[in-house]
Design a protein around this ligand. Structure first.
Ligand SMILES: [Zn+2]
Ligand SMILES: [Zn+2]
Length: 408
C-alpha cells in the first residue's frame, strides 16, 4: 500500500475524533453535535465551511492552486470533485464494552458512518494543508443516510447548484472484505428499496361458521403465495429482485374470524422498471385474489431509495486510483452488488460518480468486542465497530482520487 506519510502520522488525532463520534452517536437529522464537530474541525484547518444544508449537513470547500474564493480564476470554470461521507447512527443499543462505546442509550454507530466521517476529515486535513491540485474539492458531510434520504434533502437544498461538482464519490466500510481491499463495480451496486402494505378486507364471523363471513386470513395467505410469482414468473430471470413479506397481522383470538388482515414487506430491485413491474403486479394479484374470494384489498406501495448505479467511467477511474494506492491485487473490480440500499443513489442520479466498498476486515478482529457470533460482524449488528486501520487507507485513497481527478 502507498499511504501518505502525513496521513499515517495524523492517525492518532483522527482516530480520537472517530472514537469520540462513536461514543456520541446521533440519529438521522439530529446530528447536531456531530455536524458541529465536523464544522469546527474543518474550520480549524482553514477549510471554508457551509452549514445547515439539508438540515444538519455540512459542506467544506477546498480550493486548489489558482482558484480564487469567488470561484473561477478564469472564464473557464475550474473542475470540481465531490466526496461524500454520511454522519448518522442507528437506533440500536450497543453491545460493545470498549472505552469508546456509545454513551447515548439506544443509539449506536453500527454502520461505521463515524469512520466515513473520520476518513473524509483526515483527507480534508491533508488537502487543506498542501493543496497540490488545481480545482475545487467539495466535502459533503451528509445527515440521515439511514432511512431519512439525507442526500436528497441536501440536493433539494441546492447542494449541486451552490457547490457544482463534475463527479461525486462515496465509500462504505465493508465487513467481509479484507482490510486494504477496495470493491468497485460498474452499474448497479446497491438495490432500490420499496415498502408495501396490503390491507385485506373481509367480514368477521364465528370461527365455527366461516360461511357467514369472508375470511381475510385465508385470502391474505393466497396473496402472499401469489406475490412470489412476480419474482419467479413475471420479471425477466436476468433481473435481480427480492420480495419479502415481513409482517402478517390479523386476529386476536382462536374462535373469531377477524374483519381484516394486513401484509407488509419490502421489494428490492436494481432497475426502476422492475420496481414498476412489481408495483403493478402486486396491485393486480392482491385485488384479483381478494375479489375471487369476495374480499377487498387495498395496496400501498412506497418507493424509498432508488438503485445505486455507478457510472462506468468514474468507477474505472476510482479502480485505477485503487490500483495505485492499494495495489492492483487488492482492487476487486466487478465486486458483487448487494440488495442493501444507499441514498448516495440520489446523488448518482444527478452527477456522474461511483460508490465504493472499503474492506473492514474478514474476521472478528482485535478492534472489536466479542458477542456477535463467528466471522465478521455485519453492519447494523449491536457489536459492530468501524476498524480504525481504515483511516489512513481511506484518507490516502481520497487524496489521490482528488489529485488525479483534478489533474485530468
Ligand atoms: Zn446502515
Ligand atoms: Zn451505512
Amino acid at each position: 500500500m502507498r499511504l501518505l506519510d502525513d496521513i499515517v502520522a495524523a492517525r492518532p488525532q483522527i482516530q480520537a475524533i472517530r472514537r469520540d463520534l462513536h461514543a456520541h452517536p446521533e440519529l438521522r437529522f439530529a446530528e447536531h453535535r456531530t455536524s458541529e464537530l465536523v464544522a469546527s474541525t474543518l474550520h480549524g484547518w482553514g477549510v471554508e465551511v457551509h452549514r445547515g444544508i439539508g438540515g444538519t449537513g455540512v459542506v467544506g470547500v477546498i480550493r486548489g492552486r489558482g482558484v480564487g474564493s469567488t470561484g473561477a480564476a478564469s472564464a473557464i470554470a475550474p473542475r470540481a470533485i465531490g466526496l461524500r461521507a454520511d454522519m448518522d447512527a442507528l437506533p440500536i443499543q450497543e453491545a460493545n464494552e470498549f472505552a469508546h462505546r456509545s454513551t447515548n442509550a439506544g443509539r449506536m454507530h453500527a454502520c461505521g458512518h463515524d469512520g466515513h466521517t473520520a476518513m473524509l476529515l483526515a483527507a480534508a486535513r491533508h488537502l487543506a494543508q498542501a493543496p497540490s491540485f488545481s480545482g475545487i474539492v467539495v466535502l459533503i458531510f451528509q445527515p440521515a443516510e439511514e432511512g431519512g434520504a439525507g442526500a436528497q434533502k441536501m440536493i433539494d437544498d441546492g447542494l449541486f447548484e451552490r457547490f457544482p461538482c463534475d463527479a461525486v464519490f462515496a465509500m462504505h466500510n465493508w465487513p467481509g472484505l479484507a482490510v486494504g481491499t477496495l470493491g468497485v463495480a460498474n452499474g448497479p451496486v446497491m438495490a432500490s428499496t420499496s415498502e408495501f402494505v396490503i390491507r385485506v378486507e373481509g367480514r368477521g364471523a364465528h370461527a365455527a361458521m366461516p360461511d357467514l363471513g369472508v375470511d381475510p386470513i385465508f385470502v391474505a395467505v393466497q396473496i402472499v403465495q401469489g406475490l412470489q410469482a412476480l419474482v419467479t414468473r413475471v420479471k425477466r430471470p436476468i433481473d435481480s429482485a427480492v420480495l419479502s413479506v415481513t409482517m402478517i397481522h390479523a386476529g386476536d383470538t382462536t374462535n373469531v374470524i377477524p374483519d381484516t388482515a394486513t401484509i407488509s414487506g419490502t421489494v428490492r430491485t436494481f432497475r426502476n422498471e422492475v420496481t414498476a413491474l412489481f408495483e403493478d403486479g402486486m396491485r393486480r394479484i392482491a385485488q384479483a385474489t381478494a375479489q375471487a374470494h369476495r374480499a377487498g384489498a387495498q395496496v400501498q406501495f412506497e418507493r424509498n431509495y432508488p438503485p445505486t448505479v455507478n457510472h462506468a467511467r468514474e468507477a474505472q477511474f476510482a479502480a485505477a486510483v485503487g490500483d495505485e494506492v492499494l495495489g492492483p491485487q487488492n482492487v476487486l473490480r466487478d465486486v458483487e452488488p448487494t440488495m442493501g440500499a444507499e441514498d448516495f443513489a440520489f446523488m448518482l442520479q444527478r452527477r456522474p460518480g461511483a460508490y465504493l466498498f472499503l474492506g473492514n476486515g474478514t474476521s472478528g478482529g482485535p478492534h472489536r468486542s466479542a458477542g456477535h457470533g463467528a466471522g465478521p460482524c455485519t453492519l447494523h449488528n449491536a457489536s459492530y465497530d468501524f476498524n480504525d486501520e481504515l483511516i489512513p487507507i481511506g484518507a490516502s485513497f481520497w487524496v489521490r482520487l482528488v489529485e488525479r481527478f483534478l489533474s485530468q
